[in-house]
Ligand binder design. Structure first.
Ligand SMILES: [Zn+2]
Length: 109
């Protein structure tokens, strides 16, 4: 509990410190994976604290590339769609990538 019952009182004094601590923690806990590592086609890096977050970022990026008609990303997406035809293949892929993500070292400042 960062803010107790004296929150209003404490906040006046400790907010800048609390902010920088949270910010620091966030930066340290983040991990990086590239579009390619996540089944895409480029070296665009994504940063997140959980695999679900990074998967979401990569998905959004993939959609943008799809709309832009980027050939390499379209090919990468075709491969993913082929994978999805095999039962459980996508779940396994997700599971493997999640492990890969969790084994990554946290970002260094
Ligand atoms: Zn990409």
């Amino acid at each position: 509990m960062p803010f107790g019952q004296n929150a209003g009182y404490a906040r006046t004094f400790s907010e800048p410190e609390a902010y920088s601590k949270n910010h620091l923690k966030k930066t340290i806990d983040m991990k990086t994976m590239t579009c390619k590592q996540l089944g895409g086609a480029c070296d665009m890096p994504f940063h997140a604290t959980t695999f679900e977050e990074i998967a979401e970022q990569s998905k959004k990026h993939g959609m943008q590339m799809f709309k832009a008609g980027d050939k390499e990303h379209l090919e990468a997406m075709n491969k993913t769609q082929e994978l999805m035809r095999t039962p459980n293949a996508m779940a396994k892929w997700f599971e493997n990538k999640k492990k890969e993500f969790e084994n990554l070292p946290d970002n260094k400042l």
